[in-house]
Design a binder for this molecule. Structure first.
Ligand code: CLF
Ligand code: SF4
Length: 506
């Protein structure tokens, strides 16, 4: 028996009310934000500083995961228990597992050092709800010690319906459920078994049970007004064509956003998929699946598939600085006032960035509507073009048009510059990673890579350095439009250009 899909309800917290669009901007969440209808005030307030629920927030706010949840209650073919939970982390051993008391010590130490910290999450290395005592005790301790930090957890959903009341009572505002299928025929190719009431259920029955529990849990989260993000691992040939159905089902139940992540699979991970040669999606395949879901869901595109012990802004991992052995013996003093000052500072920075974006958009009002281009940005945070090309370990790719700058994806790379020397093979890989981009906006770039980028048709741009990303992207685009109009450059649409924003979310 499959889980009954409820009639499509109004999206919790979504209001039809129009928010003032910026100049001619049609993306009401702000350029670069996921295309979506305007958010109700209470929902907007809950997502605006959460780095995973808001693309804009991930430039300014950090999260940390505390690895208190060791056990798991299901088996995924992309997971090897010696490694992290692949639902929320790239494969890699967590450095250390923590007790709730150790987790609190670590949270306070991180909070004292990283004023951007906004969220404490539990995402493994197993499943948080297969370890309810440790998970909830940790959350209680953090809630009492640092009430301004948002609590977040990520689960496979099997035990979710049993714990939603407790989650709500603890004030956990954000829950991620990994939903890879709603069709048990697909599911049996992903999950060999689930543990249920003291026995193992396998095959199609396991997938059916898991799916029913996941969907039931998502519906219950909605009843409690807890924001739910759904993660799906895109597995080519297994669930890639099915994920649009998943998207429809979870959005109908009230999920807030859908995060479609590539399968990470390699023989050395020791997973079933790794051993049997199941590959992950190519960049184009992933973007195609994301685009197919975009008509139904807010699609998250800035996920970094971080580890279950990650610390810092999404693009960085500072966990190594906070190993237990390096922490002060007593809990550090909390620095709530420093975090409050950071939040206030971010508000001022955002206001300035929005003004700069609106001015740039106004200058583009006469640009041809069909003209668009992709560009890459090197940033180390703050929403600014502020990273040296050779130091960048990732580039953020935007698609720009007269309507604004929309976030497309993150391209992870190795840093080109090592010890003052450029690595040729690394540069080749960077050029491949940015092959769909017309330009790369950086704080600085060396002479050699500058020439190689230009030869590859990717314009290295330093003139926009230290400006807010959206304004910088739009400003470069204004120059691009002028050159197209003069016939100096030929326009061709980016491969797999983003679809139009969803008119409404079901
Ligand atoms: Fe962590 Fe997940 Fe909460 Fe974020 S991560 S539990 S929602 S605080 Fe974020 Fe990391 Fe992607 Fe997860 S970037 S893997 S989506
Ligand atoms: Fe591994 Fe996470 Fe799947 Fe459990 S839910 S088997 S920890 S990937």
């Amino acid at each position: 028996m499959s889980f009954p899909i409820l009639p499509t309800p109004a999206q919790p917290g979504l209001a039809a009310a129009a928010e003032r669009p910026a100049a001619n901007c049609q993306f009401r969440g702000g350029c670069g934000e996921v295309a979506s209808p305007a958010l109700a005030e209470d929902v907007a307030a809950r997502v605006k500083n959460h780095p995973c629920y808001s693309e804009s927030a991930h430039h300014h706010f950090a999260r940390m995961h505390v690895a208190v949840a060791a056990a798991c209650n299901i088996q995924c073919h992309y997971c090897n228990r010696k490694f992290d939970c692949a639902n929320e982390s790239r494969p890699g051993v967590v450095s250390e597992r923590l007790t709730p008391a150790e987790a609190l010590r670590k949270v306070l130490a991180v909070a004292a050092e990283i004023p951007q910290l906004a969220v404490v999450g539990i995402a493994g290395p197993g499943d948080p709800l297969a370890n309810p005592s440790a998970t909830f005790e940790t959350m209680e301790l953090v809630r009492r010690a640092a009430p301004d930090l948002q609590l977040c957890l990520s689960t496979n959903g099997l035990a979710l319906p049993d714990h939603v009341d407790r989650i709500a009572a603890l004030g956990v505002g954000h829950v991620t459920v990994t939903v890879n299928m709603t069709d048990p025929e697909v599911g049996e190719r992903i999950y060999p078994w689930v543990a249920w009431k003291g026995r193992r259920v396998s095959g199609r029955d396991a997938a059916r049970l898991l799916s029913e529990r996941q969907l039931d849990g998502i519906a219950r989260l909605r009843e409690k007004k807890i924001l739910c993000k759904v993660n799906s691992v895109v597995i080519p040939g297994v669930n890639d064509a099915h994920l649009v159905e998943v998207s429809r089902a979870v959005m109908a139940l009230g999920a807030f956003t859908h995060n479609l992540m590539p399968l990470l699979s390699s023989p050395e991970h020791g997973t079933h998929y790794g051993r049997t040669g199941q590959r992950g999606p190519t960049r184009d395949e992933l973007e195609k699946v994301q685009a197919s879901c975009e008509g139904t869901a807010r699609v998250m595109r800035h996920c970094r598939q971080c580890r279950a012990d990650a610390v810092g802004l999404l693009g960085e991992d500072r966990n190594g600085e906070f190993a237990l052995a390096r922490l002060p013996p007593e809990p550090a003093q909390d620095a709530a006032d420093v975090r409050a000052a950071h939040r206030a500072g971010v508000e001022r920075v955002r206001a300035l960035a929005e003004r700069a974006r609106d001015e740039a958009l106004a200058r583009l009002s006469g640009a041809p509507p069909g003209l668009r281009a992709r560009l890459a940005v090197a940033t180390k945070g703050g929403g600014i073009v502020n990273q040296h090309f050779g130091h960048a370990r990732e580039f953020q790719v935007y698609e720009v048009s007269r309507d604004g700058a929309r976030f497309v994806s993150v391209r992870k790379v190795e840093a080109y510059c090592r010890g003052g020397e450029g690595e040729e093979d690394v540069l080749e890989a960077v050029l491949r990673a940015l092959s769909d981009c017309r330009a790369v906006l950086v704080a600085k770039v060396g002479h050699c890579p500058k020439g190689r980028l230009a030869a590859a048709g990717i314009e290295p741009v330093v003139e926009e350095a230290h400006r807010p990303i959206e304004a910088a992207a739009l400003s470069w685009f204004a120059g691009f439009v002028a050159r197209v109009e003069k016939g100096e450059v030929r326009f061709s649409p980016p491969p797999g250009a983003l679809p139009e924003p969803a008119a409404a979310v079901a």
